[in-house]
Design a protein around this ligand. Structure first.
Ligand SMILES: NC(=O)C1=CN([C@@H]2O[C@H](COP(=O)(O)OP(=O)(O)OC[C@H]3O[C@@H](n4cnc5c(N)ncnc54)[C@H](O)[C@@H]3O)[C@@H](O)[C@H]2O)[C@@H](O)CC1
Ligand SMILES: [K+]
Length: 515
């Protein structure tokens, strides 16, 4: 499913209305009706509702919802916030219908504040149809007052129509007052703000409803982002070939495991096997192999000379064996670079296979951005930063990354020509082509050290199995998130350990529809 900006949504609306000839009021009718139906599904018995409508088309959806709730026997207090003469033409049609069914209160200054407060206090359901995708900047004072009144009602179920009023559609940034909704019902396609912090925190559950908008568009109108779902990559996961041998499913090389950090590469190796690769080699600095041998069973171990750190000498050893591997991961437990900067550059220019750079491999790149040019762009490279690593790559603060996650991911993908996986509650995958995929499957159980190593190992495994990077990356992100969800259903969210995730990965694969 596409994930859209306000402008992309406007383009889709214009295409539907002006090019295809679907009347705008039909879409508004469908939207308002979907809101009322969704509320009735939650509350099958009629209740007291307050529906607050702005003067734009978001308010138009509210007028339609009022009608359906009244028809279903609800007690509805209908409010217009703003002046009647500002109503948009479509909204005006449904406003007039509403006026024939009930009395509409008008709020254009504080004189009606007491009455509105009373209605809000008596309501079990409050519908915020004040502002939608037409919002611009900080809320004006009148709306700020009303939003503040909504937020003072702790017991009511607050439903935002399309966008919680006060949240920016594209960035998820919020005004000094923003509606804190329990549920947001959005139309046609979800919007970026629903999945970007802090907006994502005020949306409650996000329901996307069909209002009859088109699903296919001319190329120039096609949105650039999609939500991660199996439809994007399902065809690339095949039943295993009964005649297969270990070579059929590729050989992943994982490089890391410096002194004191063997756990990371152990986890990455274990998850790689769990996700179908034929062979895994773990490469650690000389001296680490003995401890590693006590931790792993199936994985091959290859130690590099380099006195517990990687060096140019290590890189030379790699070059002699490079052609054996169908994908390489550099990073799990790698440790910070210890002086020489050439070895990573040597590897980047030598590896002729898909490559994943994680953890300290990213920190080295942040310090030596010139190394990026050494990588052969014919082979895909995936960068998997968490916000801290992204901040180092961009030489900015973590809060700057978090307040502009999309543009951070896009910028690095654009500058490096590599696929960027910016990890977080909603992971953003940015492709150098300008496309993005957002993964919303996951669990807070994954917010633990080691989670990133598991993703890196999983990615390395899928890439080693020769699944194209454009599909392997969202597939790995989805499976990782889904394994987190399954593990937290098995043991509590708090208790999930990496072994639980690795076991749950089996179930996550099982639940995938095979092509
Ligand atoms: N055909 C369409 O375009 C459809 C639109 N729909 C609804 O229409 C909404 C978009 O409608 P509009 O484009 O009319 O926009 P909105 O209804 O979101 O808001 C427009 C109004 O908000 C005011 N406004 C903007 N920023 C403000 C601020 N910071 N403080 C106070 N007031 C502010 C503007 O002056 C304008 O009057 C969608 O979110 C959706 O709910 C749906 O009815 C489906 C069909
Ligand atoms: K709204």
């Amino acid at each position: 499913m596409y994930l859209v900006t306000a402008q992309e949504m406007r383009n889709i609306d214009h295409f539907a209305i002006d090019t295809l000839g679907i009347p705008g009021v039909v879409l508004m009718e469908n939207a308002g009706r979907a809101v009322a139906e969704s509320i009735q599904r939650k509350f099958p018995e009629p209740k007291n509702a307050v529906v607050l409508c702005g003067t734009g088309n978001n308010g138009g959806d509210g007028w339609v919802a009022i009608r359906y709730l009244l028809f279903a026997g609800w007690n509805v207090e209908a409010w217009l916030v703003g002046n009647e003469d500002k109503l948009t033409p479509d909204a005006k049609i449904f406003y007039h219908v509403c006026q024939k069914l009930t009395s509409v209160h008008i709020y254009h200054d504080k004189s009606k504040q007491k009455l509105m407060k009373k209605h809000l206090q008596e309501a079990q359901v409050i519908v915020d149809a004040l502002l939608g995708t037409g919002v611009k900047g900080e809320l004006r004072p009148l709306l700020r007052e009303v939003v503040s009144l909504i937020n003072q009602q702790p017991k009511a179920w607050v439903v935002s129509v399309d966008i919680p009023t006060g949240m920016d559609t594209d960035t998820g940034m919020v005004s000094s007052e923003v509606v804190h909704a329990q549920q947001t019902i959005t139309f046609g396609y979800p919007k970026w703000g629903h999945y970007l912090y802090p907006g994502a925190d005020v949306c409650g559950e996000v329901n996307v409803v069909d209002i009859g908008l088109p699903t296919q568009f001319p190329a120039d109108l096609t949105p650039k982002a999609q939500l991660n779902e199996p439809a994007l990559w399902r065809g690339y996961i095949q039943p295993r070939n009964p005649w297969a041998h270990k070579g059929t499913y590729g050989h992943a090389l994982l490089i890391g495991g410096a002194k004191g950090m063997l756990g990371a590469i152990t986890m990455a190796g274990a998850v790689a096997y769990r996700s179908g690769v034929g062979m895994v080699t773990l490469t650690v600095p000389e001296g680490q192999e003995v401890s590693l041998a006590g931790k792993v069973t199936q994985e091959l171990i290859w130690s590099w000379s380099g006195k517990s750190v990687f060096s140019a000498e290590s890189a030379k050893q790699f070059m002699e064996r490079a052609s054996r591997y169908s994908a390489v991961v550099i990073g799990p437990g790698l440790g910070r670079f210890m002086g020489e900067d050439k070895w990573l550059g040597d590897l980047l220019s030598t590896i002729k296979a898909p490559l994943v750079l994680d953890a300290d491999a990213l920190n080295i790149l942040a310090d030596h951005p010139e190394l990026i040019k050494l990588r052969d762009s014919e082979y895909p490279t995936v960068l998997t930063p968490h916000p801290g690593e992204m901040a180092r790559l961009l030489h900015c603060s973590i809060s700057e990354v978090e307040s502009s996650r999309l543009s951070a991911a896009r910028t690095v993908a654009n500058h490096t020509g590599m696929i960027v996986v910016l990890k977080g509650r909603y992971t953003i995958i940015a492709y150098p082509t300008g496309k993005q995929v957002v993964n919303i499957i996951g669990s807070p159980a994954l917010a633990k050290a080691g989670s990133g190593d598991l993703l890196a190992g999983l990615l390395g495994s899928l890439l080693a199995q020769r699944i194209p990077a454009n599909q392997a990356v969202p597939m790995a992100t989805y499976l990782h998130g889904q394994a987190g969800v399954i593990a937290s259903q098995t043991v509590s969210e708090h208790a999930v350990c990496y072994q639980d995730i690795i076991v749950a990965l089996g179930k996550a694969f099982e639940q995938l529809p095979l092509s």
